[in-house]
Design a protein around this ligand. Structure first.
Ligand code: NPG
Length: 385
């Protein structure tokens, strides 16, 4: 399977890279245990390569609250440390998307920044070759079931209204954000109101400690699919200990930053399920490796979300079409986040699924006039400069 991600496409000759920042208001504030997002300040990477072009989206947020990365730092590391390694010297005519991770390996961390570059390079190669992301990554479905992530609300009636609206829209599973003080009662209320058949899971974004194990075990009675990232990112062993004290399957998100970490976490018994976010792990090719590591160990995976525009969403939906993505992802329709997207919107089908783009590259058109109307800055970096 390794050949699927490592082999692949011949490099495109990149002439320049545009870094465009666009600001999109969210349709509603999104509150998690680490903060409230009201807008997305997205960094887009636009690769210009002769007859081809490619787009990538950096998922780093405005502030380093989800992880240590944030968008200003991502742009800075891209211009000062990553692009110079891809665009100057001997390498600049020869780097294929499949080689980017190893060329950038000397730079520690900054996975969201690296992922955005790799995605843009891959898109340019695939557009040139007329191949879709889905085909390149190994997709086996043309529609993927869609879940929705529901933020922390001011009250339980507000939460029930929000969940009810999403179920009316057709979402196939609900994820509730939780934190200490907003956990057992909201979960109970949603379970009681919408019944035992609702696919329901929770996400703590690292808000608990191992001392909370008995409290978290109170969630067991609600038949949740999983509890996502209850403990801090570095505490993989503590997750394994927690798994011995709760019946609800543990899913890791923030902790899983590479295929190697995934392998070790699984071996330690720290997770029974893995959330895969390409930005968090350094790119779509590493995401496929994690998919494979998990598949070999019978660990189901699902595709996480970082409030992406249509650019990131298109590629996420392609990834979510791989065989071991057996749980619905945070791959919601565009209107769950934005009134206006920068691609034609992803629309939830009557079957609760999103279509997997089949066109070359990410398979969706980037609406340049919308991008320009939302842009707050543009920086052009030329190859060989
Ligand atoms: O559907 O894109 C989406 C959002 C899904 O809950 C979601 N994302 O922790 O997984 C998360 C969370 C998140 C939101 C993370 C904002 C970082 C910033």
């Amino acid at each position: 399977m390794a050949t699927r991600v490592q082999g692949g496409t011949a490099p495109v000759a990149v002439e320049a890279v545009e870094l465009i920042r666009v600001r999109l208001p969210l349709v509603a504030p999104f509150r998690t245990s680490f903060g409230t997002e009201t807008r997305r300040d997205v960094l887009l990477v636009h690769v210009l390569a002769g007859d081809s072009e490619g787009w990538g989206e950096c998922v780093a947020m405005q502030e380093p609250l989800y992880s240590s990365e944030y968008v200003d730092a991502a742009q800075r590391v891209i211009t000062e440390h990553l692009l110079p390694r891809l665009l100057t010297g001997d390498t600049h005519k020869a780097v294929s998307a499949g080689a980017i991770a190893s060329v950038l390996e000397p730079i520690k961390g900054h996975r969201m920044a690296k992922a955005a570059l790799e995605a843009a390079w891959l898109d340019a190669e695939l557009r040139r070759d007329g191949q879709s992301f889905a085909a390149r990554l190994g997709a086996v479905r043309d529609r993927v079931p869609s879940g929705v992530s529901v933020g922390i609300m001011a009250s339980i009636p507000d939460l029930l209204d929000a969940v009810s609206g999403y179920l009316d829209n057709g979402y196939m599973r609900i994820k509730l954000k939780i934190e200490p003080g907003w956990d057992v009662e909201p979960v109970r209320a949603v379970r009681e109101r919408f019944g035992a058949d609702l696919l329901l899971q929770v996400d703590a974004n690292t808000a608990y400690t191992l001392d909370d194990a008995q409290h978290l075990a109170r969630l067991d009675e609600f038949g949740l699919l999983l509890i996502e990232q209850p403990l801090p990112e570095e505490q993989i062993l503590a997750h394994a200990k927690l798994a011995g004290q709760v019946r609800t399957p543990i899913c890791l998100d923030e902790s899983i930053v590479s295929a190697l970490v995934a392998e070790e976490a699984i071996e330690m018994g720290a997770c029974a399920i893995v959330n895969i976010k390409p930005g968090r792990v350094g790119g779509y090719l590493e995401a496929v490796r994690i998919h494979d590591v998990c598949a070999e160990r019978s660990i189901p995976v699902w595709c996480g979300g970082m409030l992406e525009t249509g650019v990131g969403r298109a590629a996420n939906v392609a990834l979510a079409a791989l065989p071991n993505f057996t749980l619905p992802g945070d791959t919601s329709a565009s209107d769950r986040y934005f009134a206006e997207d920068i691609t034609p919107p992803f629309v939830l089908g009557a079957d609760g699924c999103l279509p997997v783009p089949q066109g070359p590259g990410i398979g969706v058109e980037v609406l340049r006039d919308v991008v320009d109307s939302l842009a707050t800055s543009t920086q052009l970096v030329r190859a060989g400069a």
